[in-house]
Design a binder for this molecule. Structure first.
Ligand SMILES: [Zn+2]
Length: 101
């Protein structure tokens, strides 16, 4: 899912609120980040193959313009993705999610 201008501004505001200065890259020490205009997802890994029906973790990515180090922040915490999965897309994941609470 791509971010529109309003969502990108929302992320930048949220990062300003939550991530204290100096926002230095932990790899190279520079302070030059680019926000990707897309939500990515991290999913569980199974060495035997793709896992179906498991929840995914939606993230936004900031990349250091000097060394390429990427930082991920939860798209849920950023307010871009609802905390609960939608039933039509993640019915199996939702049942699994509730079992863990
Ligand atoms: Zn860097």
């Amino acid at each position: 899912m791509f971010l529109d201008d309003e969502q990108a501004a929302q992320v930048i505001q949220k990062l300003d609120d939550l991530w204290p200065e100096p926002r230095e890259c932990p790899a190279c020490g520079k302070r030059d980040w680019t926000l990707a205009n897309q939500i990515f997802e991290l999913s569980g890994f199974d060495p035997g193959g793709v896992i179906h029906g498991v929840p995914v973790f939606p993230v936004i990515a900031l990349t250091c313009n000097h060394c390429g180090k990427a930082h991920f922040f939860s798209a849920i915490t950023m307010g871009l993705v609802p905390r609960e999965p939608t039933e039509e897309k993640d019915a199996g994941a939702k049942a699994d999610h509730h079992d863990k609470q």
